[in-house]
Design a protein around this ligand. Structure first.
Ligand SMILES: *Cc1c(COP(=O)(O)O)cnc(C)c1O
Length: 458
């Protein structure tokens, strides 16, 4: 008999979690103004809010923590991180920041001016926030296939080169500082971008003389999908594919809380010494001196090890197989999810789940709240609340998709936990016709309202 698949690690330390009762959860979520961000972690049983900074570090990463060098300038840990970035990603220059959005803040302070236009593939929410905060505009050039959850295109994160050309045709080039490619495309459902597409974007960017920025949080998962789905890369190692990918970028921002498997950290990497000089000023103002940028030496050490481990095939395979394990159960139950299954999360198509709920009542948020009440599972809305209001008209923006994202932290939960999540979703699916009441907004922030919004049942 063929031996079944099992994880390439064993567990050395555990953290207790406790299930709650439905009555408790109903009370807690009401007190939280029906905003899942307002729950305490103790009120949550299986926390799939995000896979950002929530993964389990390895014994080697913890060992590296103990040898962190906390010198203010020129710490050994900085050079460990520099070596990992140079060897694994191929960038000669880098600057640490405390997380991904800080990297965006520092880099965009140098590159984006009021009135600019930044084309890309479904900009991540903090990325869009940093663009719009500077009174610039993010233009989404993702391929149309991405917005059909049933379409099985293998690279739904891809940039539509025609849409990109249109942006350059319709706007003065001096208003377009760079092109951004998010790998994997988080907002479109953790969907990968093909090597072929990365090369096409770079060729186009070269033709118009613009640099390419990779928003790289899940670059290793992107490389895994390239290996599994792009014939020309099937025989390459993940590390070889990663080098090939980044060879088509001029600069990158990284949230190390994702594929570098650390609890906090980020960085900017680039090839231009000029750019590095420009951003060093902003890094010093906003983050810290250029050799630590808001990170502790021990965290830079863990990050260097994490970049190496996170680009090993077996580590990625275990992770992505667990995401698939959950996704395949939901598919079996007939629950509408984004297909093909992405890298870090399952995205439930809330418009198909609750087709009769008006969009003005925040369909994905309603489903996310129901999931919490059902089993103490915390997912997150990727829909109208996240999309914010149009900065000019102040009207709700209704995105093409209303999704509930269940992000799986790396190496943190077992497949038994995934069974709980799948069963909870199945119970909701069975009683979906009884979910007829959504939410209205009581209070919200100007930008990125999803973190603090207060809601009540309509
Ligand atoms: C998480 C993420 C960011 C922001 O990084 P933080 O570390 O959360 O600040 C930016 N872009 C993408 C694609 C991300 O996934």
């Amino acid at each position: 008999m063929k031996l079944p698949y099992a994880e390439p690690y064993k567990i050395k330390m555990v953290e207790p979690i406790r299930p709650s009762t439905r009555e408790e959860r109903e009370k807690w979520i009401k007190e939280a103004n029906y905003n899942l961000f307002n729950l305490t972690s103790e009120q949550v049983y299986v926390d799939l809010l995000t896979d950002s900074g929530t993964g389990a570090m390895s014994d080697q990463q913890w060992a590296a923590i103990m040898t962190g060098d906390e010198s203010y300038a020129g710490s050994k840990s900085y050079f460990n991180m520099k070596k990992a970035i140079e060897e694994i990603l191929g960038f000669p220059l880098f600057m640490p920041t405390h997380q991904g959005r800080a990297a965006e803040n520092v880099l965009f302070s140098a590159l984006i001016k009021e009135g600019d236009i930044v084309p890309g593939n479904s900009h991540f929410d903090t990325t869009k926030g940093h663009i719009e905060f500077r009174k610039a505009k993010a233009v989404d050039c993702t391929i149309d296939e991405a917005f059909d959850t049933e379409n099985l295109h293998p690279f739904k994160g891809n940039v539509d080169i025609k849409k990109l050309e249109d942006v350059f045709e319709q706007n003065p080039h001096d208003k377009i500082p760079f092109i951004i490619v998010t790998i994997t495309n988080n907002t479109a459902g953790g969907q990968p971008v093909s090597l072929e597409n990365l090369r096409a974007v770079k060729a186009f960017a070269d033709s118009v003389g613009k640099p390419v920025l990779y928003d790289s949080a899940r670059f290793a998962e992107n490389a895994y999908f390239i290996k599994m789905r792009e014939a020309s890369a099937a025989d390459l190692s993940i590390k070889e594919i990663v080098r090939e990918m980044f060879a088509n970028a001029d600069m990158m921002t990284m949230s190390s809380k994702k594929d570098a498997i650390v609890n906090i950290g980020g960085f900017i990497a680039c090839r231009s010494k000029d750019l590095w000089n420009q951003i060093s000023m902003f890094n010093i103002i906003y983050e810290g001196y250029v050799t630590y940028g808001g990170m502790a030496g021990r965290d830079m050490n863990a990050l260097a090890v994490g970049l190496d481990e996170g680009t090993e095939f077996e580590v990625l395979n275990a992770r992505i197989k667990q995401v698939e394990y959950l996704g395949n159960q939901l598919i079996e139950y007939g629950i509408p999810i984004q297909k093909p299954i992405g890298g870090h999360a399952i995205f439930v198509d809330a418009l198909k789940f609750l087709p009769n709920l008006p969009r003005e009542q925040y369909v994905a948020q309603t489903l996310a709240v129901e999931l919490y009440i059902e089993a103490g599972v915390r997912g997150v809305e990727i829909g109208t609340i996240l999309a914010d209001r149009d900065p000019e008209t102040r009207q709700d923006r209704f995105p093409a998709l209303e999704l509930v994202r269940m992000a799986i932290p790396r190496r943190t939960y077992t497949n038994n936990h995934m069974d709980v999540v799948a069963t909870a979703m199945k119970n909701l699916w069975d009683r979906r016709d009884s979910i007829t009441r959504g939410f209205k907004i009581l209070e919200e922030a100007q930008i990125m309202r999803h973190f603090t919004v207060k809601l009540d049942r309509v």
